[in-house]
Design a protein around this ligand. Structure first.
Ligand SMILES: C[S@@+](CC[C@H](N)C(=O)[O-])C[C@H]1O[C@@H](n2cnc3c(N)ncnc32)[C@H](O)[C@@H]1O
Length: 183
């Protein structure tokens, strides 16, 4: 069976710029931060956000253990404040919405801040840049986030942005993702 979360990063590969700037909007345990750090390389820069101190600790441990390039800044703040930290244009960005598996489920991404962060991320995208947004509709907030993101992305000007959705159509609670590509 296809696992969309295993293949999603392949869609970012054509948009990676060595030495470019990347953002992990939901750091969690740092797996995506690690991937982004290797993707942009030693000369690049990665900003990673989370509101849980534990996420920064876990991510720092993973990045050190895996010898990631020292190109990352871990930020304890909401991704909705991204523009207070990131002033450069970004080549790739990732949202892995929801809560950390095995931790407090009430600390989940929330529709209001998620939408602010996605709009800011689109604004920060460089020409030919791309964003991945993984959504978990298996819980109520995730279902609503998915609907709101779908509505917002559907209205974007197709001459500037290509917005796609990848979903298993007979499994409505399975995770799915959006890809946002700037022309
Ligand atoms: C599904 S996990 C991310 C998994 C992570 N990308 C990884 O590779 O391990 C979602 C994370 O989003 C974080 N989060 C929730 N609200 C947030 C917000 N407003 N800003 C930044 N992160 C947030 C949660 O604390 C949680 O760690």
């Amino acid at each position: 069976m296809i696992n969309l979360l295993e293949i999603e990063k392949n869609f970012l590969i054509p948009h990676i710029k060595k030495g470019g700037v990347a953002v992990d909007f939901t750091m969690g345990n740092g797996h995506d931060t690690l991937w982004l750090s290797n993707a942009v390389g030693e000369e690049g820069k990665v900003y990673a956000f989370d509101i849980q101190p534990q996420a920064l600790t876990n991510s720092q441990t993973l990045l050190m253990k895996e010898n990631a390039p020292k190109n990352y800044t871990l930020i304890l703040d909401s991704h909705s404040n991204v523009k207070e930290y990131v002033t450069e244009k970004i080549c790739i960005g990732m949202f892995n919405l929801g809560f950390l598996p095995g931790s407090d489920k009430s600390i989940t991404t929330k529709r209001d801040t998620t939408m602010i962060a996605i709009e800011a991320a689109i604004d920060l995208l460089d020409a030919d840049g791309a964003l991945l947004i993984a959504v978990y509709p298996g819980h109520e907030e995730g279902t609503i986030e998915g609907q709101l993101i779908d509505e917002m992305l559907s209205k974007l000007n197709r001459k500037e942005i290509c917005a796609s959705k990848f979903r298993i159509i007979n499994s409505p609670t399975s995770p799915f993702f959006f890809l946002v590509e700037k022309r």
